[in-house]
Design a protein around this ligand. Sequence first.
Ligand code: ATP
Length: 135
Amino acid sequence: TQRSFVLIKPDAVRRGLVGAVLARFEAKGLRLVTLQLRQVTGEESDQHYAEHVDRPFYPPLRTFITSGPSVALVVEGDEAIEVVRALNGATDGRKAAPGTIRGDLSLSNRENLVHGSDSPESAAREIAFWFPELG
Ligand code: ATP
């Protein structure tokens, strides 16, 4: 079994899609380990997206991710990291396959509803950062 960190982004909260997104993870069979509504700060964004801070798309991403509450959670299950990324779909909602969260519900490259850890190393780092009590 494996754990993955998921952030349901402010666009999903604003659009009232938190339940719809969570339902997909639950229906797939992933278990919720912990879940919290939280306002991401600029400093938290910089740490979470450390690999992206120097990219041109980062300043608007930082503005977006801090623009309202998000839902941070950890899910658990067999190959949870890959399973979450498959459910999320490709980064750009316009390119993401129908049937995925982004493919069905997002028309944007930035406002793409959900983040999922991209590797076991990222998952360990992100879970320790967002939920130090789970360490
Ligand atoms: P996430 O890390 O959020 O799960 P991802 O792994 O599919 O998404 P990354 O390449 O890690 O995508 O980019 C992180 C986030 O930065 C994306 O989810 C998106 O919100 C934003 N982003 C990435 N590339 C672009 C871009 N070219 N233009 C605008 N926003 C972008």
